[in-house]
Design a protein around this ligand. Structure first.
Ligand SMILES: NC(=O)c1ccc[n+]([C@@H]2O[C@H](COP(=O)([O-])OP(=O)(O)OC[C@H]3O[C@@H](n4cnc5c(N)ncnc54)[C@H](O)[C@@H]3O)[C@@H](O)[C@H]2O)c1
Length: 353
């Protein structure tokens, strides 16, 4: 049997497809390439097997997802497919609701038609909004503060309801801040347009593709005034999906689980460590806070250890070294290797969660 990986050509999905293969599982990638390229699929095949199945198309298309399930004998699904830029979601809320909820509903309908019960869903710490108390546990108050966050919250609500009605066993994985890349340097994050996530911006400044990094907020109540986040290596995150699939063989209903290291680092700490890793200064300036940014957020990951038997292992230096290896060898991301024709601007070009 196989695991359907929707959004498997993207950043976290591609690493998960590799982790599945390394664990001896058969993955099937379904991706509409709205924020990824065929070259990413080829790179994953290079790290796994040339036979890795890839279905190009929209996860909202119930017929297509159903065909993929039948053809490849899928019995479990990991659902990554979504648009993910907070800023873009504020400008294009309807597109975000359509894509993120539409793709989820499409996958659920195809699963229901075939009696498939086990699903792992990409949620986000963005469902906690701006928390008053840190670290956040799964019992902390939830309440997203932007359309992207609402799509994740509504997605969780849909899944809670379907699971409560007895039709689904699902892990709602609330990711903190994934960074890093596969240690081979063959796959990694390939942001389009102007990235809004910190690691990608840092690396672009380090590569000389941007003048300087703007650090939003220098007056938070933290050790150096900059915001605190819980950075998590993408390979640790990928491995958590395997642990979640394993846990679903015995655990029923819907379970929300935080995925983070449980350690917070300030933005300026990250900049300083990145400077050590790349071997030269990275120009940056501290500017005003951005509305809607939490000053500090990190996870209490103890439930992940208890329920999934998973703990993040890789430290911040490893995250940055691996991210840098990918960026240095692929300054234009997968662009060099791209064989597909140029496309219209894509949704979800900038991670914001
Ligand atoms: N990267 C982060 O910081 C972060 C944090 C928390 C949660 N998440 C969530 O994790 C998931 C994966 O994020 P990522 O960083 O790998 O993003 P990504 O954009 O790299 O990957 C998402 C993939 O889904 C595909 N896709 C989008 N809509 C689709 C659709 N309707 N049908 C088929 N494919 C579709 C895109 O082409 C892309 O390859 C997303 O659901 C995202 O919201 C990401």
């Amino acid at each position: 049997m196989a695991v359907l990986v929707t959004g498997g050509a993207g950043y976290i999905g591609s690493h998960t497809a590799v982790a599945l293969h390394e664990a001896g599982r058969r993955g099937v990638i379904l991706d509409d390439l709205s924020n990824a390229s065929r070259a990413a699929v080829d790179a994953v095949r290079g790290l796994t097997t040339p036979d890795l199945a890839f279905v190009e198309g929209d996860a909202a298309d119930v017929g297509l997802v159903g065909e993929a399930i039948d053809r490849y004998e899928v019995d479990e699904v990991v659902h990554f497919a979504a648009s993910k830029s907070v800023a873009e979601s504020v400008e294009l809320p309807l597109a975000y609701f359509r894509n993120n909820l539409g793709s989820l509903l499409g996958v659920l309908a195809a699963m229901e038609d075939r009696g498939i019960r086990r699903l792992v869903f990409s949620s986000s710490c963005t469902v906690y909004g701006e928390p008053d108390v840190v670290p956040v546990t799964e019992a902390s108050p939830i309440g997203a503060v932007n359309p992207y966050g609402w799509t994740k919250l509504h997605g969780e609500q849909v899944l809670d309801a379907v699971a409560a009605a007895g039709g689904l066993d699902v892990m709602l994985l609330r990711y903190f801040n994934p960074i890093g890349a596969h240690p081979s340097g063959v796959i990694g994050e390939d942001p389009t347009g102007i990235p809004t996530n910190l690691a990608a911006l840092l690396m672009q400044v380090a590569l000389g593709r941007r003048d300087r990094l703007q650090v939003f907020g220098g007056d938070y109540g933290t050790v150096d005034g900059s915001a605190v986040r819980d950075y998590l290596h993408v390979v640790d995150l990928a491995e958590a999906h395997l642990a979640a699939l394993d846990a679903l063989t015995t655990r029923t209903g819907a379970t929300a689980v935080n995925l983070g290291t449980g350690r917070g680092h300030t933005v300026l700490e990250l900049v300083r460590l990145a400077e050590e890793v790349v071997g030269h200064p990275i120009a940056h300036e501290v500017v005003a806070r951005r509305p809607g940014d939490a000053g500090r957020i990190w996870a209490d990951p103890s439930l992940a250890t208890e329920v999934l038997g998973w703990t993040a292992e890789r430290d911040l230096r490893t995250m940055l070294e691996d991210h840098w290896r990918w960026c240095e060898s692929h300054p234009d991301g997968f662009a060099d290797a791209r064989t597909d024709p140029p496309r219209a601007p894509r949704l979800g070009g900038a991670p914001g969660s």
